[in-house]
Design a protein around this ligand. Structure first.
Ligand SMILES: Cc1cc2nc3c(=O)[nH]c(=O)nc-3n(C[C@H](O)[C@H](O)[C@H](O)COP(=O)(O)OP(=O)(O)OC[C@H]3O[C@@H](n4cnc5c(N)ncnc54)[C@H](O)[C@@H]3O)c2cc1C
Length: 356
């Protein structure tokens, strides 16, 4: 016998959980507050472990069709001096496959197409979930995949459990020309990243002090190495996205509520995945990867323990994912501190620590 689950949020994590649970034969309802799937966003890195998880969810081949390999990238100073190499070759040697980059819309499409193909999942748009306890009472499992400002996390851990600002804003975009330079350039209190995303295009991001406007951005990078000034001059500022950099601190004591005991304001069984569980700064490019790994691990634990073993499944999921995801979040936050420092000596020391 299988159960019924409601998944709150149709981003990367929510779509992936819905696929995993549906594959296991569960009745799944997916609730999204927006009126349709948001098909915007720039490139996501997919580490080989996340690619393995996508394979297990049946989406790996579709993702690989639209993704590009990320094989060679350096850390530079603003005048173009190479400080270090990013450890991409090492990742590929160890895993036997390269890190990939995929634009967010393509990843969302691949997941949504798989969900369609599986059939039997009720997807409701325009559903802004506020009453988590009532929703939880109607289902065997409630999954909070509702991102940075998760209502499910707030219901379980209180409104103060939200992620904190880290003092930086990221402007991100895609340029319509290929760059031969990839990697990150670390300046004083700001940094710029360039990655492939699809043939003939370049994904870029600029992390700057919070509050920096699009109008101010080109001046901050005008004397940086090629093609950074050109990217900012030749892409349309109305296409740039402004992305808040936040980090969930303190880290959560658990990603689940197994339905026993009264803590959390309601007795339902709840699991958090993705940014809802461990929102992190994007420095290590692990936001989408960790959401996919969480989703697949949760679905796998549910399959292994069966419907009647749901409390055990939730505890197994928490054991497999919490420490690991929180370590990644902590490392990403620490890297952010070094990279956004005004002290170039500290920045250069951080670059030397990269295991390239
Ligand atoms: C539109 C969009 C564009 C993004 N673009 C980028 C990007 O270019 N680069 C980057 O590094 N990261 C980007 N991100 C963040 C990135 O997708 C996540 O960090 C990562 O993929 C983890 O995904 P997630 O599923 O946990 O959270 P998210 O991708 O944030 O998905 C959460 C989903 O839950 C929905 N939701 C939230 N609250 C409720 C509620 N109360 N009821 C119902 N639904 C709710 C949201 O609308 C959203 O669809 C973007 C996120 C979004 C939503």
């Amino acid at each position: 016998m299988t159960g019924s689950a409601v998944v709150v949020g149709a981003g990367v994590g929510g779509l992936a959980v819905a696929i995993g649970l549906r594959r296991a034969g569960w009745r799944v309802t997916l609730l999204e507050r927006r009126t349709e799937l948001e098909r915007y966003g720039t490139a996501f890195a997919l580490h080989p472990t996340a690619q393995d998880a996508l394979d297990r969810l049946g989406v790996g081949a579709a993702v690989r069709r639209r993704a590009v390999p990320y094989r060679c990238a350096q850390v530079r100073t603003p005048d173009g001096r190479v400080l270090a190499r990013l450890p991409l070759e090492r990742v590929e040697r160890k895993a036997g496959r390269p890190e990939l980059l995929i634009s967010r819309p393509y990843l969302i499409d691949a997941l949504a197409d798989e969900l369609d193909a599986l059939g039997g999942v009720t997807v409701a748009f325009g559903e802004n979930v506020a009453d988590v306890a009532a929703l939880s009472a109607e289902h065997d499992l409630l999954v909070g995949a509702d991102g940075l400002r998760s209502a499910v996390r707030a219901a379980r851990f209180g409104a103060d459990s939200g992620p904190r600002k880290v003092g930086s804003t990221a402007w991100i975009g895609i340029a319509d020309f290929a760059s031969s330079v990839h990697g990150e350039t670390w300046g004083k209190g700001r940094f710029f990243g360039l990655t492939p995303v699809e043939p003939g295009r370049t994904n870029w991001y600029a992390a700057v002090p919070e509050g920096t406007t699009a109008v101010e951005l080109p001046d901050l990078f005008e004397d940086w190495h090629d093609p950074i000034p050109r990217i900012l001059a030749e892409t349309d500022p109305t296409s740039w996205l402004c992305y808040e950099m936040r980090h969930l601190s303190p880290a959560l004591p658990t990603f689940v509520h197994d339905g026993r005991g009264g803590s959390g304001g309601h007795g339902g069984r709840v699991a958090l995945v993705g940014d809802a569980a461990h929102a992190m700064t994007p420095n290590l490019g692990q936001g989408a990867c960790t959401a996919v790994l969480d989703a697949e691990a949760l679905a796998r634990a549910v399959v292994q323990h069966g419907h009647t073993g749901l409390p055990d499944a939730l505890r197994a999921y928490d054991r497999e994912r919490r420490r690991s995801a929180q370590r990644v979040a902590f490392a990403s936050r620490s890297l952010h501190r070094f990279v956004s420092t005004e002290h170039t000596r500290l920045r250069d020391a951080a670059a030397r620590l990269l295991p390239g």
